[in-house]
Design a protein. Structure first.
Length: 272
């Protein structure tokens, strides 16, 4: 009589890392999945730098090119939610999540693994944009600690946006629906901010909306920490005058709201 092999469930971390590895292998076998964090950010940097660079006045030490990088970084990391939503919806639609649930793994391992792989995916874009920025004149003029803190804020915001992606990916029934919802949500959010143009010259009502946009606080915090812009003027909204603190508050508040909703929506979708 042949004994059955012992099933080792492993910890949540080890299971999540296995799923992370699976997602990264998927990217390696389909390199076109990296276009959004390689070719697309470079195109945005070059287009905005050389098309709008001479038309938009900023107070950055090296002009608009240096001021632009913080905005492009903020936009790219916000689109981390896009990647999670599409990938999660695809896995659910193809029955991959159901296959994983049939295994002795922790229910949260699928979400944790997807989140880790998404952060790694977005980090590639940050590295690519940093190298592109160096070529067009961008420099980090702050201290080493401030530079690391800025990159840390980017990753923290990316983690927050992942929960939005999980929520939409668990709610929508198709990849096409995800693309529509995420595009109409993230695209206006990033452009209705200080990412690509200063808010001082906007209409008063529009300036108020832009300056209270969480993307604006993130971008302002990055620019200040990197030494790419002086502090916000006295008439700016409170989040821009205290951008680092505001970004932390936005991240923790949005995560506290989105995380429980995302987990509940994912469970309801996958347990039907």
């Amino acid at each position: 009589m042949i004994d059955r092999p012992t099933i080792r469930t492993g910890s949540l971390l080890s299971q999540s890392l296995v799923i992370t590895r699976r997602n990264l292998i998927h990217i390696r076998r389909m390199p076109e999945m990296l276009l959004d964090v390689t070719i697309q950010p470079v195109m945005f940097v070059l287009l905005f730098a050389y098309v709008f660079g001479g038309a938009i006045a900023t107070d950055a030490p090296a002009g608009y090119n240096e001021w632009l990088l913080g905005g492009i970084m903020g936009q790219t990391i916000a689109f981390a939610s896009f990647i999670v939503a599409v990938g999660l919806t695809s896995d659910i639609d193809k029955g991959i999540v159901d296959r994983m649930r049939s295994l002795p793994i922790h229910p949260s391992a699928v979400l944790v693994g997807r989140s880790i792989s998404s952060l790694i995916h977005s980090s590639i874009g940050i590295v690519v944009m940093s190298l592109t920025g160096l070529l067009i004149g961008w420099r980090i003029r702050g201290t080493f600690v401030e530079a690391v803190a800025a990159y840390g804020l980017l990753l923290l915001w990316g983690f927050t946006m992942i929960w939005l992606g999980i929520l939409v990916g668990s709610r929508m029934r198709s990849v096409e629906a995800v693309n529509g919802v995420m595009f109409t949500t993230i695209f206006p959010l990033t452009f209705l901010s200080n990412a690509f143009a200063p808010t001082e010259d906007m209409e008063p009502w529009l300036r108020t909306i832009a300056e209270w946009n969480p993307i604006s606080a993130l971008v302002q915090a990055i620019r200040v920490l990197w030494g790419n812009t002086p502090p916000a003027p006295a008439d700016a909204a409170l989040p821009l005058q205290n951008p680092v603190i505001a970004t932390l508050i936005w991240c923790f508040a949005l995560t506290a709201i989105l995380a429980p909703l995302s987990i509940r929506t994912f469970r309801n979708r996958t347990q039907q």
